[in-house]
Write a protein that binds this ligand. Structure first.
Ligand code: MTE
Length: 316
C-alpha cells in the first residue's frame, strides 16, 4: 500500500521539515548558528520562489480554529500529491511548471445545469473567504492551514442538482505529460474522490483557490481543490477538472487501491484504527510531541449528526 504508515516515515523525512522552516526559524530551533550552518541542507530555498498571487478582498469566514497556523513554508513544501511523486518533498519541485491557466471544470450528471465552466466563472473574487482549518492526514500527521475559498454549497446550488443527486464525485486532471506520477501505476489514475450530497452541502465544506491569502501553489492543488476538514486529508482532492452528481456512491481512487484500508467516508476517528496503525494520536508538523486526535478532527459539534445511527467501524 502506498500511503506510508507512520513508522515507514524515515527520520530524514521528519528532519526534512527543518528544510522548510525559514532560515531564522531554523536557527532558532537548533542549538546554535554554527550547528545550523553545518546542517543546513543545500535544498533550502527562499519561500518566495513558490509564492502565489495575492487574493484581494478576502473576508474572514466562519468556523476557523484559533490554533496557530502551520508555517507557510511547511504547508507548501511537505505535500501529498502523487501525480507529482510519492515523496513529500517532490510536489513542490515537480509541480513547479504545472499549467493552471486556462482551467475549466466540467459539471455533469444529475443536475439541471450541466456545463463546462471557466474557473473565472466558477469562483468570483469578491466571494472569497478565509477559513483556518485543521488538516489531519491518514498517515497521522496534521497541519493548520488558512484556506481561501468559498463554501461548496454555494457553487452546487447554481447547478441545480436533481432529486436523484445523492453523491458528488470529483476528478483531478489527467495529464501524464505534465504529471509524471501518472506515468507510473502508483494509483489507478485518475484521482477520484466523492462525498455524500449532505456532506458536500455542509457549511464546513469548501472549494479552495488559495492559502495564506494567495492563490494556491501548484503543489497544494492549484487552481481548485476540495477541503473537508473533518475527513482524512486524502478526501481533499486537488486540481479538480470535473464534478459529477450521481445517484450511487462513486468508487474513489483510494477505495480501488486498498478497499480494506480506505473507506468512502474517511472521517477522522481516533477510535477506529487503520488496519496497519493506530489513529489515536497525530504529529502536528513542527511539533515534537504527539497530540491526541480529536473525533471528526475536532469538528464533531458541527458534523456528528450526519453520521448518527451509522456504525463507524463499518462505514470508515
Ligand atoms: N489530490 C490528488 N489529486 N492527488 C493526491 O495525491 N493527496 C491527498 C490530498 N489530495 C492527493 C490529493 C492527501 S493524501 C493529502 S494528505 C492532501 O491532499 C494533502 O494536501 P496538502 O499537500 O495541500 O497538504
Amino acid at each position: 500500500m502506498l500511503i506510508k504508515k507512520p513508522s515507514d516515515i524515515r527520520p530524514s523525512e521528519i528532519l526534512d521539515q527543518k528544510i522548510y522552516l525559514t532560515r531564522r526559524e531554523f536557527i532558532r530551533n537548533t542549538v546554535g548558528a554554527t550547528v545550523a550552518a553545518a546542517l543546513m541542507p543545500p535544498l533550502l530555498a527562499p519561500h518566495s520562489v513558490y509564492a502565489g498571487t495575492k487574493l484581494p478582498g478576502v473576508r474572514k469566514g466562519p468556523f476557523g480554529t484559533s490554533e496557530e497556523p502551520t508555517p507557510y513554508g511547511d504547508v507548501t513544501s511537505y505535500n501529498n500529491f502523487y501525480e507529482f511523486g510519492t515523496e513529500k518533498e517532490q510536489p513542490v519541485i515537480m509541480a513547479k511548471n504545472f499549467r493552471t491557466k486556462p482551467w475549466t471544470v466540467t459539471v455533469e450528471g444529475e443536475v439541471n445545469k450541466p456545463a463546462v465552466y471557466q474557473l473565472e466563472d466558477f469562483i468570483k473574487p469578491h466571494t472569497l473567504e478565509e477559513r483556518i482549518y485543521r488538516l489531519r492526514c491518514v498517515e497521522a500527521w496534521s497541519m493548520v492551514i488558512p484556506w481561501v475559498g468559498i463554501p461548496l454549497a454555494d457553487i452546487i446550488k447554481r447547478f441545480e442538482p436533481t432529486s436523484k443527486a445523492k453523491y458528488v464525485e470529483f476528478t483531478t486532471l489527467h495529464d501524464p505529460a505534465q504529471m509524471p506520477g501518472q506515468r507510473r501505476a502508483i494509483l489507478k489514475w485518475t484521482y477520484v474522490e466523492g462525498l455524500r450530497i449532505d456532506e458536500a452541502m455542509h457549511p464546513l465544506t469548501m472549494l479552495a483557490v488559495g492559502l495564506y491569502g494567495e492563490t494556491l501553489p501548484n503543489q497544494n492543488g492549484a487552481p481548485l481543490r476540495l477541503v473537508v476538514p473533518w475527513k482524512y486529508g486524502f478526501k481533499n482532492i486537488k486540481s479538480i477538472v470535473k464534478i459529477r452528481f450521481l445517484e450511487k456512491p462513486p468508487v474513489t481512487a483510494w477505495m480501488t487501491a486498498g478497499p480494506a484500508e480506505y473507506g468512502f467516508y474517511a472521517n477522522v476517528n481516533p477510535e477506529v484504527d487503520h488496519p496497519r496503525w493506530s489513529q489515536a494520536r497525530e504529529r502536528r508538523i513542527g511539533e515534537f510531541f504527539k497530540r491526541k486526535t480529536l473525533m471528526f478532527n475536532g469538528y464533531a459539534e458541527q458534523v456528528a449528526h450526519l453520521y448518527a445511527h451509522m456504525d463507524l467501524n463499518k462505514y470508515f
